[in-house]
Design a binder for this molecule. Structure first.
Ligand code: 2AM
Ligand code: CA
Length: 265
């Protein structure tokens, strides 16, 4: 295994084990609101601290981009970290959240880990080496279009201005897909696309740390990931669509009539 992936896995386990121990302590947590519907606790911060400590102990010169502490360093190696993706689920004891860690070198994603500490499922990938779930090879599913497919999505609960566009996409896709899931952790949704548990996924307005690890894991599982124009800029636009190459093309085409001025790509 790649040494850098090994370190990422060690960091994800340290944070995930800590988070799962804190599940019994949720009623005592002090919850702060970062923004409308955007909550953070000491658990998010402590988990992030454990991850950064583990990574920088092995690679002191590397840069960091993390949800709670932001950007630091100017190395060509950058770790992109979401210490607890699905914080709302965590706060409700709804057992579906994850640690997400990716490594980019000169802007290209090289290593990725998503760890679900409740189910003890570890999704990982190194560029060029394929994707695995608990050391077994995973692949995206084979549907050729949206018809009958199981889609994942997220609601724009923090950016309600996107709600009308989301509703029109939802109504259109819901009429054609088999069904749609909204599980509350974008990182895990992407991991589930890679593992063939969801056929495809789309969401508006995500952050780089929600998507970085999941996007590499999907690509290494044979899928495509892009922005709403089908291009590469999802980490910048925050709008993401993912699935096998055929359903990816179908969804991207079907998104076009629903795009607005603020959701172009
Ligand atoms: P979080 O739990 O770390 O905040 C839910 O839709 C999923 O999308 C979660 O993974 C959540 O991450 C993420 N998310 C991040 N920003 C969002 C936004 N502006 N609107 C909706 N979901 C967002
Ligand atoms: Ca997140």
């Amino acid at each position: 295994m790649q040494p850098m992936l090994n370190i990422a896995i060690r960091a994800a386990h340290a944070a995930g084990d800590y988070i799962s121990r804190q599940v019994n302590n949720i009623p005592n947590l002090e919850i702060e609101s970062k923004d409308t519907n955007d909550f953070v606790t000491q658990v998010d911060r402590n988990a992030e601290h454990k991850i950064i400590e583990t990574l920088l102990k092995a690679y002191p010169d590397h840069s960091i981009l993390a949800e709670e502490s932001g950007a630091q360093g100017d190395s060509e190696y950058q770790w992109i970290i979401d210490p607890l993706d699905g914080t709302t689920n965590f706060l409700h004891g709804f057992p579906h959240f994850a640690v997400s860690i990716a490594l980019a070198h000169k802007g290209r994603l090289e290593q990725a880990v998503i760890y679900d500490p409740m189910k003890q499922e570890l999704f990982s990938a190194s560029r060029g080496d394929g994707a695995t779930l608990n050391n077994r090879r995973i692949r995206v599913t084979k549907p050729v279009n949206i018809k009958g497919a199981l889609l994942g999505t997220g609601f724009p609960f923090k950016q309600k201005q996107h709600l009308p566009a989301f509703q029109s996409m939802f109504a259109d896709f819901f009429g054609q897909a088999g069904d749609i899931r909204r599980a509350g952790s974008a990182a895990l949704d992407l991991a589930y696309v890679a593992a063939g548990r969801l056929d495809a996924f789309w969401e508006i307005g995500l952050q780089p740390w929600d998507m970085a690890a999941g996007s590499l894991i999907i690509r290494e599982a044979g899928g495509l990931v892009g922005d709403f124009s089908g291009n590469e800029n999802f980490l910048e636009t925050g709008n993401i669509v993912a699935g096998n190459p055929k359903i990816f093309a179908d969804l991207t085409r079907k998104l076009q009539p629903h795009l607005t001025e603020s959701i172009k790509a």
